[in-house]
Design a protein around this ligand. Structure first.
Ligand SMILES: Nc1ncnc2c1ncn2[C@@H]1O[C@H](COP(=O)(O)OP(=O)(O)OP(=O)(O)O)[C@@H](O)[C@H]1O
Length: 925
């Protein structure tokens, strides 16, 4: 019965070193057994050897050519059909594994009960089964037909190589290629017998899995298997032999047509080839072609295993891999070759090709952020920089001891250490070790990934929840601050905080979009302060200049705002719809930074500080009956601070000094972190810049202090550690400035206000003016914004008309935001008592209010206020500050102010922001 007619090599190998391709599988449950194929009747025909007498090995093709089976066999076929149909009734034919299931289930009828071949026409039973199954569902029969043609017992000695694949790729058919090295489309295979000896490995751009089987050199072993499981799930599988090609039986034609269609659609640019004639035993390799370069090695089937089990194993493996690759299909960018970056760095490319894995806590711990235990407190972490100068590692170990679990750092004075390289003790008494606790301590062995996931995730969650976030590094010169913040673009593992934050922020945003339907718009700005003169530079002005005409940009500046404190004006804020785009702006910013110039001097390098900010605008239509909208802006500030001047030559406070020293910078940070009223060096641009981020109580700030592991830097390290430790112990007091962001989280350090992290609700103007609707102030859940240092951004159309959700989402221009005025906050001082009185103003008339607002706005920009007032019952001369202190008097009036500014260029819909005071005015005259 063997197709080799007993002429296989003595060692069991196929003497022709033949290769087989098993294309497709109806389900992976009944795998192709090459052993069976080798013994098929088809093999017998094509091997140009006559079948052994009495073997009954009539090929399917032959039987069809002869016009079918003997009468007895035809009856059996009918009987088998009935069986198959009965089974089909109970199951779905669409099940890819169904054909093989049926094949196994069919019972031996009549004369086949005892023998495996018909005694009249020598047709084997499996062929009759095949015939019966053909009538059910052609594509799912393909594999079975081949299986049916294959006896079970002679698998091991036979095949040298085979391939399981579900489709092939047309581009493999290069004209000049010899047939033996072509991987033909399935249809081609049937027309061109003789592509034997051809390589069988195919891969394509579609999701596919390859398992190459080569071997046969070693008797009874299968060296490796190649499975291409493309389109496995569609059930597009067929079986064909590569070596000594034999046309497929007709039932496979439907499948073949399908496969041909696949072939024409497929791109085969990344196809690979191997030769089958080598016959060498190669390692068994599974490769998911959608992820080149990520081979997985599996062990080939044991010689002792059954043939079906062996192929089943690989097909299941193919199925699994194919499933996982299908899940990744929505990341097509991974398959595209990246274009060379126009900038010196290519963080955009690496985020596109190989984004950093998000820490598990990023998506998981959203609910935990609700309580905001860290708000108002700067998180302080320590990173120890590996020092090349440290010759003796034991010396650094004795100088610095880290208890990662307790997050403690113990510092020993190296001068008093017995391990001191100086060889003598300075003092007779051993100095007491100093122990400091931080939020995290990263040793010199910590990877970038550890540092990034330990610092970024929580801040990003806060930012997406509506609060501001800030991460910055602090430390002496050349301790890896830039390395921590930016990292390198050479590999995913070396990415720093900024690219990781970009990647994870978008990941979280996408998740939030899916879950809540919130609309997001992300914009990027990047600013540098550099040199002793503290020049301010918009690092993205070159990128944005394409959209502005020459001379249009008024130039970046820092401006003191009575409400929000210092604010950057006119910096480019570029829309980044994807992480890759945001990373491209990072590349552009790094390239524009003064430190990227080859001729940059050390002074400039030390005094180069980059503020990279991601502005997140979000809004959501409220599903409540009120039909309002929630939204606002939050920002993630990522600051790469330089190491500053060694000494502050002239005091800024005293006038004359231009540049901060590291100590001075430390004092500024400490004051801002503490919310101190007096911030030193207030005229420094760096101070102003930091004030905007660090000075905001609603900003979740993380500082990563850097120290050297070298005992030679003990003094500097101690200074840094002491400063970091003080900041760690601080709890931020409220400052007089409100953030310009619309934080969605409670900023109340005592946790008095347990505001959920969802966005602050506000209502469209029409709703707000409806007297029948309860005032928002009567809503006990309504919490005004200023306690969260918010601004409310309401988009209204040109004529004050409301904008639809669609209009908003299609026009994601940056809203010109205005802060909610803290003075108008009802709850601001409900429990605070000691509220700064001058933050409130009495305003009993609309004119008075308008006057106040104009003062606050600063009138640098053309601004007009339009007030709309709704009056309630008279209640003469009510003081707003009293109202805000929790007066129980009825809310009788409400004012809606519309602030009109010059229309921003990037605002296509001529949107104007509208603010509504949180507190109603009463008895306006
Ligand atoms: N943990 C680290 N692993 C590998 N290389 C590092 C590490 N820390 C720093 N480096 C390398 O040390 C060099 C100096 O680092 P970097 O420029 O980041 O220091 P810096 O503190 O930002 O310097 P500056 O004082 O100019 O601000 C860089 O070449 C950087 O790649």
């Amino acid at each position: 019965m063997s197709s080799f007619g007993g002429k296989s090599a003595p060692d069991g190998r196929d003497p022709n070193n033949r290769m087989f391709t098993v294309e497709g599988c109806p389900g992976g449950e009944s795998p192709v057994t090459p052993r069976k194929r080798l013994h098929s009747a088809e093999d017998a025909r094509c091997s140009s050897r006559p079948p052994p007498e009495g073997a009954g090995s009539v090929s399917i093709s032959e039987s069809e050519e002869k016009g079918g089976f003997c009468q007895q066999c035809q009856q059996k076929v009918t009987e088998l059909k009935k069986q198959a149909l009965a089974l089909a009734d109970q199951n779905s034919l669409k099940d890819p594994g169904y054909a093989s299931f049926l094949f196994e289930q069919l019972q031996r009828p009549g004369s086949h009960e005892a023998v495996s071949c018909c005694q009249v026409c020598s047709t084997p039973l499996h062929q009759l089964k095949q015939e019966a199954l053909q009538t059910l569902h052609a594509p799912t029969l393909t594999l079975s037909s081949d299986m049916a043609a294959l006896p079970t017992k002679s698998f091991l000695p036979q095949p040298a190589r085979y391939t399981v694949s579900s489709s092939v790729h047309a581009k493999q058919l290069s004209k000049g290629q010899p047939a033996a090295h072509s991987v033909l489309p399935l249809g081609e295979r049937h027309r061109v017998p003789g592509w034997s000896q051809s390589p069988s490995v195919t891969s394509g751009p579609k999701t596919s899995v390859q398992v190459t089987v080569a071997g046969g050199q070693i008797s009874g072993s299968v060296g490796s298997v190649t499975i291409q499981a493309q389109q496995y799930l569609e059930g597009v599988w067929s079986v064909s032999r590569v070596n000594n090609y034999i046309p497929q039986p007709k039932p496979a034609q439907g499948l073949m047509r399908q496969a041909d269609r696949d072939v024409s659609a497929a791109e085969a640019s990344d196809s690979t080839m191997t030769t089958s004639s080598s016959g060498t035993l190669t390692s068994c390799r599974l490769r998911n072609s959608s992820q080149p370069g990520l081979p997985a090695t599996v062990t080939g089937p044991s010689p002792s295993a059954s043939s079906s089990a062996a192929a089943s194993f690989f097909i299941r493996a193919a199925q699994k891999l194919n499933l996982s690759s299908k899940r990744k299909k929505h990341q097509p960018s991974l398959l595209h070759p990246q274009e060379p970056s126009i900038y010196p760095t290519n963080f955009s490319g690496i985020l596109q090709v190989s984004p950093p894995a998000a820490p598990p806590c990023l998506l998981r711990a959203v609910s935990k952020v609700k309580e905001n235990p860290g708000m108002g407190k700067v998180k302080v972490m320590m990173r120890i920089c590996p020092s090349l100068e440290t010759a003796d590692s034991s010396e650094s170990q004795s100088f610095l001891k880290v208890d990662s679990r307790k997050k403690q750092l113990t510092l020993y004075d190296p001068a008093s250490s017995p391990h001191s390289s100086s060889g003598h003790r300075r003092s007779a008494t051993v100095a007491v070790p100093k122990i400091f606790a931080f939020d995290a301590v990263f040793t010199q062995d910590a990877s970038q990934a550890e540092v990034c996931s330990g610092t970024v995730a929580e801040v990003i969650q806060s930012v997406v929840n509506g609060a501001d976030g800030c991460i910055f590094c602090f430390g002496q010169v050349k301790l890896g601050k830039t390395y921590t913040m930016i990292g390198k673009d050479s590999s995913t593992q070396s990415l720093g905080i900024v690219p990781c934050a970009i990647s994870w922020l978008f990941k979280l945003i996408n998740e939030r979009k899916e879950k809540t339907g919130t609309r997001f718009s992300v914009r990027v700005s990047a600013v540098e302060i550099f040199g002793k003169d503290e020049e301010l530079k918009d690092l993205l002005s070159d990128v944005s200049s394409g959209s502005l005409q020459e001379g249009q940009s008024p130039g970046i500046s820092l401006r003191e705002d009575p409400i929000c404190g210092t604010q950057l004006q006119n910096q480019s804020e570029l829309r980044a719809p994807t992480a890759e785009k945001a990373a491209l702006f990072l590349d552009a910013a790094i390239s524009a930074r003064s430190t990227s110039r080859p001729s940059v001097e050390e002074d400039e390098r030390r005094n180069s500080h980059m503020l990279f900010t991601l502005h997140i605008y979000q809004y959501r239509m409220e599903k409540s009956g009120k039909g309002g909208m929630s939204g606002g802006r939050s920002r993630l500030h990522l600051i790469d601070l330089g190491s500053c001047e060694k000494v502050l030559s002239k005091s800024r406070d005293g006038g004359g000094g231009l540049c901060l020293s590291l100590n001075a910078l430390g004092n500024v940070i400490m004051a801002l972190a503490n919310g101190a009223k007096h911030v030193p060096y207030r005229d420094s641009k760096l101070t102003m810049l930091l004030r905007e981020s660090l000075g905001n109580i609603n900003c979740r700030t993380t500082m990563i202090a850097h120290i050297s592991e070298s005992p030679a830097n003990y003094a500097d390290s101690l200074t840094t550690i002491q400063l970091a430790s003080r900041i760690h112990r601080m709890r931020k007091k409220k400052t007089k400035y409100a953030s310009s962001s619309s934080g969605g989280e409670s900023s109340c350090e005592e946790g008095r206000i347990r505001r959920p992290p969802h966005l602050r609700p506000f209502h469209p103007r029409t709703v707000a003016l409806d007297p029948d609707l309860p005032s928002m102030l009567s809503d006990p859940d309504y919490s005004s914004s200023s306690e969260q240092s918010c601004d409310t951004v309401i988009y209204v159309g040109p004529g004050g008309s409301a904008l639809s959700d669609r209009e908003l989402s299609d026009n994601e221009g940056p809203p010109a935001f205005v802060p909610i005025i803290p003075s108008l906050n009802r709850r601001r001082c409900t429990k605070e008592g000691s509220m700064d009185r001058d933050q409130f103003f009495k305003c009993n008339t609309f004119a008075e209010l308008q006057e106040r607002l104009e003062c606050i706005d600063g009138s640098e920009q053309p601004t007009a206020f339009v007030g709309e007032v709704k009056r309630g019952p008279a209640s003469p001369q009510t003081d707003i500050s009293k109202e805000s202190e929790g007066s129980a008097s009825p809310k009788t009036a409400e004012i809606v102010l519309t602030l009109k500014r010059e229309t921003p260029k990037t605002n296509p819909l001529n949107l104007v922001p509208q603010i509504r005071p949180a507190v109603p005015l009463q008895n306006l005259n």
